[in-house]
Design a protein around this ligand. Structure first.
Ligand SMILES: Cc1ncc(COP(=O)(O)O)c(C=O)c1O
Length: 384
């Protein structure tokens, strides 16, 4: 079996499994990390160690890390934190891009439809990269009225990495805060919050082999965060609710695992490059989306003109290989994805795509096996 939907959700990584097994065998400590008693304090110490590990591994300061349930919550929190205050100061424009994840698009549209923000979308080119000139133009034109720019670091479908450091600089030249959805880049490409100059970043533990329901925000200035969940004052009153401390320990373990084993990502990248080259030799019309752009090491979004993506997916499943036809959230939707449409990809290609996404815990041989199965699949579907 090959699970090739890491961009959707990664399997628990080995180091995380070992940590959990050990913790269960030791039968604890389990307690509320906000409790004053000794066991609570031990849990708190573990959780704060986890925060320190996450901060160090992501190039952030300890106090800049706010734990939560994952990126969707992080996105809602950042928008909520910035927009309400900005609007009071006459800033009523929001800029995002056409290739964002629906968690960003829907949130931005919510602020347009229910809070009177004007919303502008930066276009992407055929290579899957957002148009920085258009961003510059909008910032020149609207300057002081722009409340927030929200553009992702790496696209979940194509794996294309955006020039996020340049975007930071452009935004800061115009004194506009920059929120970067870093969900897909963390754990799959080098990322350092301080060097990126981003103002807000988010992540979900389940994308990198930690437990689902865990995540964090990194805020350059954590005092700018306003909680969407008030609760009992946890996370320095920035995110109410008892922390998922066990899961947050796994978040630190998974990030540490990525840091220690990063050369494996490079090995997987070599295998991915060979896999794509071999497939193109066998099928000269093959289209690899974002082929010439900087891309996540382990994402291939591939289509053969005339073939239907769902048929390819089902056939691969018969070979025990699990891929998606687009982003997991819109899987089952047979039309060309919004991201591909935004890149100007025609239906002939857009309706044929499957996304093959692996990650650190994948076997190197997985690419050889996927190549064999995808070759047989294409041959079969072309012959029928
Ligand atoms: C780029 C991006 N942003 C945000 C999210 C939302 O993450 P979650 O569902 O873990 O909250 C995802 C999940 O696929 C994603 O790929």
């Amino acid at each position: 079996m090959i699970y090739a939907d890491y961009n959707g959700s990664a399997p628990l990584c080995e180091a995380v499994k070992n940590h959990l097994i050990q913790r269960l065998q030791n039968d604890g400590p389990y307690a509320n990390p906000n409790a004053a008693h000794k066991i609570g304090q031990r849990v708190l110490t573990n959780m704060e160690n986890s925060r320190a590990i996450c901060a160090k591994s992501l190039g952030a300061k300890y106090g800049q890390v706010i734990f939560n349930s994952g990126s969707t919550e992080g996105i809602a929190t950042v928008f909520h934190s910035i927009l309400e205050k900005a609007q009071q100061r006459g800033k009523d424009i929001l800029i995002t891009s056409t290739i964002e994840h629906s968690a960003i698009i829907n949130t931005a549209e919510h602020y347009r439809d229910h809070h009177d923000f004007e919303l502008y979308f930066i276009q992407a080119n055929k290579a899957g990269i957002v148009d920085l000139e258009q961003l510059e133009e909008l910032l020149e034109k609207f300057g002081q009225r722009v409340a927030l720019v929200s553009i992702m670091a790496a696209n979940n479908e194509t794996g294309v990495i955006q020039p996020y450091k340049k975007i930071s600089q452009i935004c800061h030249n115009h004194l506009v805060p920059f929120f970067c959805d870093t969900t897909q880049i963390i754990g799959k490409a080098p990322f350092n919050f301080k060097d990126s100059e981003i103002d807000y970043a988010v992540m979900s533990g389940h994308k990198i082999g930690a437990m689902t329901g865990t995540g964090l925000i990194i805020a350059k200035d954590p005092t700018s965060i306003r909680p969407i969940i008030i609760g009992g004052g946890q996370e320095k009153a920035l995110r109410g609710g008892t922390q998922h401390y066990l899961g947050l320990e796994t978040l630190a373990i998974a990030l540490g695992h990525v840091e220690k084993n990063f050369e494996r990502i490079e090995q997987l990248k070599e295998k991915r490059i060979a896999f794509e080259a071999n497939m193109k030799k066998k099928f000269p019309k093959l289209c690899i989306i974002g082929e010439d752009s900087p891309r996540l090491a382990t994402t291939t979004y591939v289509s053969h003109p005339g073939l239907n993506g769902q048929s390819v997916q089902i056939e691969l499943e018969n070979h025990n290989i699990f891929v998606t036809t687009s982003s997991a959230c819109s899987d089952g939707d047979t039309s060309t994805s919004k991201v591909l449409k935004a890149m100007g990809i025609k239906d002939e290609i857009g309706m044929g795509v499957v996304r093959i996404s692996l990650g650190l815990c994948a076997r190197l041989e997985a690419y050889d096996e996927i190549e064999e199965a995808l070759t047989k699949t294409y041959e079969k579907l072309m012959g029928s």
